[in-house]
Design a protein around this ligand. Structure first.
Ligand code: FE2
Ligand code: FE2
Length: 165
């Protein structure tokens, strides 16, 4: 059985994933409004992925005979300074998610909650790639700085990455 402490932590993580989904949708909206169609598509797909992450934990808690409390999701930011700003914020957010997963993993580890550990392992691996992908986009955007044609090239590349995924 899962302890109340772990159930609460996983429940909080569900909220964080749905929150991330909403943040990405807000970023996608900003990109669409600023004609960054490739980034908008990429971020929309990212938003769906975060929703799937939330559902994965939702399913897990139910499978372990636990209650799930669906909490309020905050209003996501609507304004960004630039495409670089969008991806810097996305990267920062992914780092916060990683920290949260790490903390829950430690909790499950200390309590020897083996089933939860296995479930969380998937999230640990996922966060490694989420951080890497965002970090690389940030690096590329920093490289091209304010060169509009290079930024648009990168934006186009993001649309192909999104459709290839
Ligand atoms: Fe996630
Ligand atoms: Fe993520």
């Amino acid at each position: 059985m899962i302890s109340d402490k772990i159930r609460e932590a996983l429940n909080g993580q569900i909220n964080m994933e749905f929150n991330a989904s909403y943040i990405y949708l807000g970023m996608s909206t900003w990109c669409e409004r600023h004609a960054f169609k490739g980034s908008a598509l990429w971020l929309r797909m990212q938003s769906s992925e975060e929703q799937a992450h939330g559902m994965k934990l939702h399913h897990f808690l139910l499978a372990r005979d636990c209650d799930v409390e669906l909490n309020q999701i905050g209003k996501p930011p609507a304004c960004y300074e630039s495409l670089l700003d969008v991806f810097e914020k996305a990267y920062e957010h992914e780092q916060r998610v990683s920290e949260s997963i790490d903390a829950i993993y430690k909790l499950a580890f200390d309590e020897k909650a083996f089933a939860a550990l296995v479930e969380l392992q998937w999230f640990l691996t996922e966060q490694v790639s989420e951080e890497q992908v965002c970090r690389e986009i940030v690096k590329q955007l920093r490289m091209v700085k304010d060169d509009p044609s290079a930024v648009l090239d990168l934006d186009r590349e993001l649309s192909t990455r999104a459709t290839a995924a």
